[in-house]
Design a protein around this ligand. Structure first.
Ligand code: ADP
Ligand code: MG
Length: 316
């Protein structure tokens, strides 16, 4: 290659890179089941604006089991309410299994909530109808979807068995423990074979032993049925047992922990998240350790990028 040709080659490769970047933007989350792209939710209450989600990016693949953690008020429930189809985003993009959650209306929204997602609330009493037994509760979404009686009974029974509550079929919620009620609620959420189950602190009101049975039921559903599970939790024990934990901070995803092995040979790697504009959130303890403020110096090295405090240099 001659020197004279070099600039042309550089230009060509720059163009190629620009094209690749444009393709990457278009392809963002192409294979994802859940795709949140700069998702914003602003609540206006008494003239005061609360920005519950401030440009949240999140991709979930089909069949993934993911925990969402974050301080109270960080936007976890807001995110789940949007994904469940109960609430609407203010701006940004949110797609779940080819449904656009911003533009989806009436009939599509209803079908989405019945067939594409299942939802489990923290409050056990909110998930089940008190005057129906466990089997009838699981049958209810099937009845609404027009599934016939024999098939309804067959599916309800199979779910009761799968979730380890075969003995609860004839009991009403008042005759079940909190952990059993939440497992029935998982059965209700799974009845119409959704693509994703969303659970907002489903073990928040339970003792440790019951919480374990409920989380185990979610894991079984994920492993046996291949349904994606997104579970908001405060419980470190839960988040230590899932392959992926996403941390939300101030209405954005800020970091992730990926685990490859569990139990004795557990390995966990924490990642910061780079958004598509190239922004990254530094952990508070790193910022404090170097007393970083306002401006920092970046350096590009062969394998890494360094971040340094911008201290004033002596002038002489
Ligand atoms: P988390 O579930 O992580 O505790 P939320 O999503 O419930 O957080 O809340 C995020 C922020 O949005 C909080 O500041 C909360 O007070 C506010 N918020 C949530 N729901 C509403 C609402 N319906 N009206 C006004 N503000 C709300
Ligand atoms: Mg919440």
């Amino acid at each position: 290659m001659t020197d004279a040709k070099a600039p042309a080659t550089d230009l060509a490769s720059l163009e190629f890179e620009a094209e690749a970047a444009a393709r990457a933007r278009a392809d963002y989350g192409a294979d994802a089941l859940i795709q949140c792209d700069r998702l914003v939710r602003v609540y206006a209450a008494d003239g005061v604006e609360v920005q519950a989600l401030q440009g949240l990016d999140l991709l979930i693949r089909p069949g993934e089991l993911t925990a969402i953690v974050g301080a109270s008020g960080s936007g976890k429930s807001t995110l789940l309410n949007i994904l469940s189809g109960l609430d609407r985003p203010t701006a940004g993009r949110a797609r779940v299994a080819d449904h656009d959650l911003l533009t989806m209306k009436g009939r599509e929204r209803l079908r989405y909530r019945r067939e594409t997602v299942g939802f489990i609330w923290q409050q056990t009493g909110r998930n089940l109808l008190p005057y129906l037994d466990a089997r009838e509760n699981i049958e209810t979404p099937l009845r609404l979807a027009g599934v016939r009686r024999v098939e309804r009974l067959r599916r309800a029974e199979a779910l009761l068995q799968l979730l380890g509550i075969g003995y609860c079929g004839d009991r009403r919620p008042g005759q079940l423990s909190g952990g059993e009620q939440q497992r029935v609620a998982i059965g209700v959420a799974l009845a119409n074979r959704p693509k994703v189950v969303l659970a907002d602190e489903p073990t928040g009101e339970l003792d440790t032993a019951s919480a374990d049975t409920v989380f185990q039921a979610l894991r079984t559903a994920n492993a046996e049925l291949g349904v994606a599970v997104l579970v908001v939790t405060h419980d470190e024990h839960v988040s230590s047992q899932v392959p992926r934990t996403v941390q939300i901070r101030d209405g954005r995803t800020s970091s992730e922990v990926l685990r490859t092995e569990f139990g004795e040979r557990a390995t966990a790697q924490e990642y910061a998240l780079l958004d598509r504009a190239g922004r990254i959130q530094l952990p508070a303890e790193y910022v404090e350790a170097l007393d970083l403020r306002d401006r920092v110096r970046l350096g590009l090295e062969p394998e890494q990028i360094t971040v340094r405090a911008d201290r004033e240099e002596p002038t002489i």
